[in-house]
Design a protein around this ligand. Structure first.
Ligand code: 8YV
Length: 328
């Protein structure tokens, strides 16, 4: 019996390609070319499965051109690159990589928060530029982490990881807002108090965004929300570009309506809004919150395991639309 045919849409660890090759006829993009939608569609034609990343958009048009496709395994926990309704309508399984990246991403959220509040990258640029000639009482004086009020918008696994770090490690007063309130035991574990969105914006000294992107969460933080925040507040986005109105944020940073921001994700990334590049009080990183070597390996292996599980047992380990199983 011939092996199922799969496409690995972006470069990935060679040992993962090797594993996949034991089960599948693999076409892989190890040259890591960023394909247009038309090119991705061309490569997907005739494939039974796909290993995708957050940069590979799978929508109704792509699916219509690739009727053989039965599964897309995303190497990401977020899956806003999938039109999941269109996939479900066509009986295509989507899978993601939850859990394996939670702690690494929470670590990074905290690192970005600390770099932002304590102005670490801004001060390093100053030092590297040879501008450090003397000590001054207020040189790069930022805001404190310990004892401050940490606001978290989106309290899933990663949000809870950040809350635990803040509450238990830094004695922070943690407040959160989420679509649904956590159960009492989880709130106690995170030492987090549920508040309305408005209270969150007004009370937080540091606001971290960890909510999934959807049409409903587009520009959750825009000019109006930024205006409600403390002028001393910091904002951290490790969720998705598009949750923040980047133009409005750049204006708020320029006018010091909030103190600083730390951004790992951007609207239209890898492009970055030009105004964000001109304001000093922002820490910018290229979507690397999950990028530790062990975690990226775990994510790639989980995506591969989902493909193997699907083609050998007609199951998914972490399915997003399990209702399609049995129909394929
Ligand atoms: C990925 C992420 O690096 O998992 C996610 O949702 O945003 C990141 O961990 C990125 O999406 C690549 O697929």
């Amino acid at each position: 019996m011939s092996k199922p045919r799969i496409l690995v849409a972006r470069a990935v660890f060679p040992e993962v390609i090797e594993r996949l090759t034991q089960h599948f006829e693999v076409e892989s993009n190890q040259a890591d070319v960023v394909w247009s939608k038309a090119e991705l569609t061309e490569h997907l034609r005739g494939k039974d499965g796909a290993f995708t990343t957050g940069s590979d958009r799978v929508d109704a048009e792509v699916l219509a051109a690739c009727p053989q496709l039965k599964i897309c395994a995303n190497m990401a926990v977020g899956y806003n690159n999938f039109d999941l309704d269109a996939m479900t309508a066509r009986g295509v399984l989507g899978t993601n990589t939850p859990d394996v990246l939670t702690e690494t991403t929470a670590d990074f959220g905290f690192a970005l928060l600390m770099a932002t509040a304590r102005r670490i990258t801004e001060s390093e640029h100053y030092l590297r530029a040879g501008q450090w000639t003397k000590w001054s009482y207020d040189m790069f004086a930022g805001s404190d982490i310990h004892g401050a009020t940490l606001g978290i918008l989106g309290m899933g696994r990663i949000g809870q990881g950040i809350a635990r770090r803040g509450a238990h490690g830094f004695g922070m007063n943690v407040i959160y807002h989420n679509r649904s309130r956590l159960d009492a035991a989880t709130e106690a574990d995170c030492k987090a108090r549920y508040v309305g969105k408005e209270e969150l914006l007004k009370m937080a000294d540091h606001l971290v965004l960890v909510l999934p992107y959807s049409a409903a969460s587009h520009h959750t933080i825009g000019a109006a929300e930024l205006a409600q925040m403390k002028p001393t507040a910091t904002l951290v986005n490790i969720a998705r570009g598009g949750i923040v109105d980047d133009a409005a944020l750049a204006a708020a940073l320029r006018d010091k309506r909030i103190a600083a921001a730390g951004l790992d994700v951007f609207e239209g990334e890898p492009a970055v809004h030009p105004d964000l590049l001109t304001v000093p009080n922002v820490v910018l990183t290229p979507h690397i919150a999950s990028a530790s070597v062990p975690t990226r390996q775990a994510m790639a292996n989980l995506a591969a395991d989902n493909l193997i599980e699907f083609f050998t047992k007609n199951k998914g380990l972490t399915p997003l639309n399990p209702q399609v199983l049995g129909k394929t």
